[in-house]
Design a protein. Sequence first.
Length: 755
Amino acid sequence: MKHIDAAAHTRGESIYLDDIPLIRGTLFGAVYGSPVAHGIVRRLDTAEAEQCPGVVRVFTFRDVTGENQIGGIMPDEPLFAAEHVHFCGMPMAFVVAVSEEAAKHAAGKIKVEIDPLPVITDPRVAKERGELIVPPRTFRLGEIDEAWPLCEYIFEGRADTNGQEHLYIETQGAYAVPMENQTIRIYSSTQAPTAVQRAVSKVTGLAMHALDIEVGRLGGGFGGKEDQANGWAALCALACLHLRKPVKYSMPRADDMVMTGKRHPYSSDFKIGLDKDFKILAYAVTFYQNAGAAADLSPAVMERTLFHCTNSYFIPNVRATAYSCRTNLPPNTAFRGFGGPQGMFVIEAAIAKSAESLGVPASLIQERNLQQTGDEFPYGQKAVSEARACWRKAEELYDLGELRASVEEYNRTNRLFKKGLAMMPVCFGISFTKTLMNQARAQVHVYTDGSVSVSTGAVEMGQGVNTKMIQVAAAVFSIDIDMVKVQATSTWKIANTSPSAASATADLNGKAVLMACTAILERLKEVAAIELGGKADIVLKDGRVWAGGEETGMSWKQLVMAAFVRRVSLSEHAHYATPGIHFDASREKGHPFAYHVYGTAIVMATLDCLRGRYSFDAVKVVHDFGVSMNPVIDRGQIEGGIVQGIGWMTMEEIVYDEEGRLRSNTLSAYKVPDIYSVPSQIDIDFLNTEQDNLAIFRSKAVGEPPLMYGIGAYFALRNAIRAFNPSVELPFNAPLTPEKALMGLYENQLKYAGG
Ligand code: MTE
Ligand code: HPA
Ligand code: MOS
């Protein structure tokens, strides 16, 4: 089954926030953000802005009717800056006018006086000064201090990864419409309707039941709209409440880039110890997470970094500590992988460092330490592992020996171009790391014409979750997919939703749909049995009713009508909560994940050693899908994840200056992968596994894991650089941009040139 939105997307007919027909009288907002990263506000002068043509009103912290607070995990993030500003672009005022242009123009007339305070942009500096969002956490396995003396080889180093713009095609935004009876409907581009509802409730003082947050679809979220859609919705709602007019704010790209948080940059220190057979005996790692100016989701992201700090490897002695460091950058937030990629980069760097020092291929160390079923993660869960199966299949299927030989042959015969190859195994845990978030609801109606309507808390952001929900309902009722529609996500229809995130959306909401449909099906079967004179073994098949293995002549539609006539309910609301998961944060042990997703990628790169430019020849993957319920969509998720991961590792470079101002604030200064940077070849092999699992229809979550195959791109390039310049001492510092590659290629010469 194709993605149900495919045709409408292609024709430009799909409705995004900006396509919603406007109600007459709609007003438009513009945000004025702090021009400095840290300081005390002395004066905020909106007088001139208020006099500008078309301006209706300028809102500041004084106009907040509830609390001036949008922090999700903890209340440390004001909606409007009041006495202090903590990052460049921190909202200080919201101008509302009759047009977007008028609002923007007036925002430019706002004047502020801010006494500057010292600006911190480096997480290690923040840690030195005690600027932590939450106390540090440490995950432990084994007895690391006893393990070091047993190690034959010990290596230490540092690894840095930079942030990443979400660059969803649709920017952040909201449209608040006043309804009767003191209620507001907000169309929001959010992954988390309930989070928006909560934040708006807090800011306005209205109860949650007065707020209908409606989401048709997103033009991408990638984590950027898990927690950071709240503020814009709150601004629109607040203005709507004061003015009793519809208010819309859809962020200009430049504002979105400056004001919203990104993937967390990390700086980390590692120490790794191996025995003489290259078995990793000990791994110690310290992560410094650059959280930005407020908590946002940083503590949860930090937690997932710890969960994934050993990637696919079993290491018997581990000590991993993480600091969430407060800096004067916009609060960094969820981004595909949610801290996992940052953790995995460091263990891969530690292995690469060991391999380079020992003069062996990294893959030798990687393979030797791959985890097996029954191995314990540092957080106590026992693995049901496909790590070795994926690796082995990749090796055989893609003829790794032959690929390696071709790279070596190429490098022998080419002086100014070099190739590099890297293996990238991935292991990613599925479930929100916060156990309570692993619940979902669905509401299913069957109408008297036999058509079916499904509502869940799931948000469609391109990942295809609506298509999968339709597949679930159609499969249970055994009817055509055209008979099922998924409705826009709404907090009045489905309450208390978790964000569409953690790759778990289809699992959680799909299971709820499954439960609701199954309950209706059971009632329908009872009706059929009565209608058919007490026949047993009722089964629905392809829109027909079967009994005792024979077709009865009764259709799905007739059965539905019969149930209605008998006054049997054709609707159901179901609640699903992932069974068996738990985590005890006081011991940092438990069973936090429903299951893990595994895979192995072979990444091959070609580097132009005169210019530092590179391209990716191939990414060849064996991926553990369980049993994919939609191979077309799942393949798309893998391809997209790989390209997004390669972008993070190689070309996307966020630059803040020392004053905390974003320098890479345009699409000409911030390079994302385009069609030319996509690998020439992406091969995806489906490792179909027979084992039962907690995924919907055993079809394992696929949204985030493939991003981490992109980490292989860094190491493939690194290997190409080393093929040209074997003595280079390249820091583990991503992204490995063409500039950095060029520096690496000629490092020694540059050193000579510099004396
Ligand atoms: N795919 C598309 N097209 N657009 C997106 O915004 N977000 C990713 C991933 N794939 C995203 C995407 C992220 S960060 C997550 S957590 C998952 O999709 C969320 O959806 P799922 O839980 O249904 O996999
Ligand atoms: N993943 C994604 N989003 C989240 C998580 C998680 O584990 N926890 C809270 N929000
Ligand atoms: Mo995805 S980072 O969990 O929205």
